[in-house]
Design a protein around this ligand. Structure first.
Ligand SMILES: [Zn+2]
Length: 397
């Protein structure tokens, strides 16, 4: 078993140090000097003085394979304990050692870059990744992790360059590239909508089933005053991702030009998608409310809440509308219902990759940095009648 794995297994400084001692003692043919330098470092770990252990690293005359492995394991332990500053100093110290083999050097460079990323030191992380990639342009993990740093700092141009390289190396990843192009397109929207259109078209060309890309194209076309052309990509976007319907209502209204057309489009989706339609139903209720058709909006919301009591956005809109209409009796009834269901999970969103709960739909999970992993909460919306659980399931898809 690798020392790192054992450290992960036991997860304690003392145990890690004991493991290191075991490795020292079990290794035959180690020179006395090496063994002494090695033991000195871990005596400090045992006495819970990891800073002295890091200092010992820079004093050690030579770093052999085994010693290095143990220092990398110590670095992993620091990370696990959230001691990022120590991990950074440890990896910096390894890199200062003369005579490192190329692969050890790269490994320490990557570890240091990842430390900076974990610590949220984006500039330093970018610098470390750039250095590593200048030496090894096809380093897959560096390309992926650095792209994530650039997503964090919204430096989409460079992120696109890295993802393009990843796509050519791996033969996949066009979907992520489409999202990055959509993001870059949006950032160009205020100053250069023409360029925004070009970027969004590239995104749609890469992945026409990407709702994000279709939406970005629609946004660019609306900004360019070409509403007629915008209608197709915007409708396509919400067809691909119904959860976009309530938040894209204004865009839909500018593209379809008449309130009646928006209503017909949404009604059509509700009718043809059947039980996949709650997001469209919410969008229609919001649209009716915006048109001043309060009674119809209330009917829609009431029906949604009755079928999907945990649909929190619908519940919130219903409450807000009852409040603004001063319908205190209905509001009271609704409030009592909410109290009765208090503590039951709301029908929010979650990441299928890391299980992070999220209040709204995002294309990229902020916790694990994966794309397209966020879905409606599965099974959280306990409905009152059997027929309605099908609606919940379909909503989560
Ligand atoms: Zn996640």
């Amino acid at each position: 078993m690798e020392p790192t794995a054992l450290v992960a297994l036991f997860g304690g400084t003392a145990l890690a140090a004991l493991l290191a001692l075991f490795l020292v003692l079990s290794r035959k043919g180690r020179s006395e000097d090496e063994a002494r330098a090695y033991l000195a470092g871990f005596t400090y770990v045992l006495s819970d003085d990891p800073d002295a252990a890091i200092a010992e690293l820079s004093k050690a005359a030579q770093l052999n394979r085994q010693t290095l492995e143990t220092y990398f394991a110590l670095g992993a332990l620091f990370i696990r304990k959230g001691e990022l500053e120590r991990a950074i100093r440890l990896h910096q110290n390894i890199l200062l050692r003369p005579g490192l083999s190329l692969d050890v050097r790269r490994r320490a460079q990557l570890a240091l870059a990842l430390d900076y990323k974990r610590a949220g030191l984006w500039d330093k992380a970018a610098e470390a990744f750039e250095k590593l990639l200048s030496e090894e342009p096809e380093h897959l993990e560096a390309l992926l992790r650095y792209r994530q740093v650039l997503e964090q700092t919204r430096s989409f141009e460079r992120a696109i360059a890295l993802q393009t390289r990843l796509v050519s190396l791996l033969g996949k990843g066009d979907g992520v590239l489409a999202h990055l192009l959509a993001e870059l397109s949006r950032s160009r929207l205020p100053g250069d909508p023409k360029d925004a259109e070009r970027l969004a078209r590239r995104a749609v060309g890469l992945d026409s089933s990407c709702a994000d890309a279709q939406l970005a194209l629609g946004e660019a076309l609306v900004a360019l005053g070409r509403a007629f052309e915008a209608a197709a990509p915007i409708c396509r976007a919400v067809e691909l991702e119904p959860e976009l319907a309530p938040t894209s209502l204004r865009l839909l209204s500018s593209a379809l030009e008449s309130a009646g057309a928006v209503e017909r489009f949404l009604e059509g989706q509700i009718g043809s998608r059947g039980e996949e339609g709650p997001a469209f139903e919410l969008a229609l209720a919001l649209h009716l409310k915006a048109q001043g058709q309060v009674t119809r909006a209330l009917e829609r919301l009431r029906s949604l809440v009755d079928r999907l009591p945990r649909f929190s956005e619908a519940r919130r809109e219903l409450g807000a509308l009852l409040l603004s209409e001063d319908r205190s009796e209905e509001l009271k009834a609704d409030y009592e219902e909410i109290l009765g269901a208090l503590g039951e999970p709301a029908m929010g969103f979650y990441c299928t990759s890391c299980d992070q709960r999220l209040p709204n739909l995002v294309f990229r999970c902020p916790a694990c940095e994966e794309w397209r992993t966020v879905r409606r909460e599965l099974g959280a919306a306990r409905s009152r009648e059997p027929a309605e659980s099908r609606a919940d399931r379909n909503l989560t898809r």
